[in-house]
Design a protein around this ligand. Structure first.
Ligand SMILES: C[S@@+](CC[C@H](N)C(=O)[O-])C[C@H]1O[C@@H](n2cnc3c(N)ncnc32)[C@H](O)[C@@H]1O
Length: 348
């Protein structure tokens, strides 16, 4: 493990992230070693709930009066510190069906910038202008239409959650804010999808441009689903389903197979489509399968026979679009791509 970690750290890009999952037995030693190699200020520990207090293990726990093991750790090491991670939000409650409009002609980066400007009462006039320009580009489509176009089916809870960053609803606003909006709307380009108004109390609202000014309380103010319906999971990930995953990837791999949803969160927070993901302990191939479905390039290394028994069959299914399980639906995966594999000689 030590030699492998040293090599991985050396290989990692300056803005890259190394993630190691480890249980209680080895956690303390590994953390100290990684602090030495990577610098303690570059580390962050996340606790992941990996089991339920149910099943056979509880019989033994109840007999012995012990404590069941439900968690594992992720040790994150960022070469340039722990920052710029785009961690997917988790639902606060069930999805509110009023959140049914998707913003198009924009992207995650732009919406993140816009939300930061809205959240900052000390914003400058230039930032208000920038927010207005970002809103002007918006095209509002229903989630139903966008999801059917992208996945072929209606929006599932998973799809809504993964797309919360670009899903919105509109609500009525105060009569003062409406007066400001009526005045501001005279000044915007005729094809603008939305615009912003800043109130005397320095609140910044995004307004959908095509509201009916004749109505006393038109639904015009744009609320972003990820502000209201989802929450940052922080350093305690307890929402990922860990039971009933035996069928993921079609394998019968029992020793440490990870849920695809966990790899989706890790790969999603640290990489963009086209980036490289390397797993030096491939096992049943969860990392490669999820990386592939998310449009990342990947390398997996495995010393066992798993390449033939697990990795090739699993990735072939992914490429053929035959793997319907795991995160396939959430990421809208349909199939495609390919891979090569090599048997490497022992080091001299
Ligand atoms: C716990 S499993 C990984 C499970 C994987 N994350 C998954 O979801 O299926 C660890 C794997 O690392 C492999 N392994 C252990 N030491 C290795 C080494 N030095 N080089 C390559 N693979 C190794 C083992 O054969 C085993 O398949």
């Amino acid at each position: 493990m030590k030699a492998r970690l040293l090599l991985l750290w050396k290989l990692l890009r300056e803005d890259g992230l190394l993630v190691v999952q480890i249980d209680d037995n080895e956690f303390a030693r590994l953390f100290l070693f990684m602090a030495e190699v990577c610098g303690e200020h570059n580390l962050k520990v996340i606790v992941v709930k990996m089991a339920e207090p149910t099943g056979v293990k509880m019989v033994h726990v109840l007999e012995s009066g012990g404590i069941p093991k439900l968690k594992e750790y992720l040790i994150l090491a960022g070469k340039s510190g722990i920052r710029r991670l785009d961690v997917e939000r988790v639902p606060k409650e069930s999805w509110d069906p009023e959140y049914k409009l998707v913003l198009e002609n924009t992207n995650k980066q732009e919406l993140r910038e816009l939300k930061a400007i809205i959240a900052n009462p000390a914003r400058s006039a230039a930032e208000v202008d920038r927010a207005g320009r970002l809103c002007a580009r918006f095209v509002f489509m229903t989630a139903e239409v966008v999801c059917r176009r992208e996945t072929g089916g209606p929006p599932s809870a998973n799809w809504l959650r993964s797309n919360a960053w670009r899903i919105v609803r509109t609500v009525a606003t105060s009569s003062n804010a409406k007066r400001l909006a009526d005045a501001q709307r005279q000044r915007i380009a005729p094809n603008a999808g939305a615009f912003v108004v800043e109130t005397p109390k320095r609140k910044l609202y995004a307004m959908k441009a095509d509201y009916n000014a004749a109505s006393a309380q038109p639904r015009m103010r744009v609320l972003f689903a990820d502000d209201y319906l989802t929450v940052h999971p922080g350093d305690f990930w307890q929402d990922i389903k860990t039971t009933g995953l035996g069928g993921e990837g079609g394998g019968d791999f029992t020793s440490g197979k990870k849920p695809e949803a966990l790899l989706k969160r890790i790969i999603g927070m640290a990489t963009k489509p086209g980036d490289w993901v390397l797993d030096a302990f491939a096992g049943s191939g969860t990392t490669g399968a999820v990386a592939h479905k998310m449009g990342r390039r990947w390398i997996m290394i495995e010393m066992g026979e798993h390449c033939h028994t697990h990795l090739i069959p699993r990735l072939t299914q992914v490429i053929d679009g035959a793997d319907k399980g795991g995160v396939t639906e959430a990421v809208g995966w349909k199939g495609g791509g390919g891979f090569r594999y090599f048997r490497v000689a022992a080091a001299p």
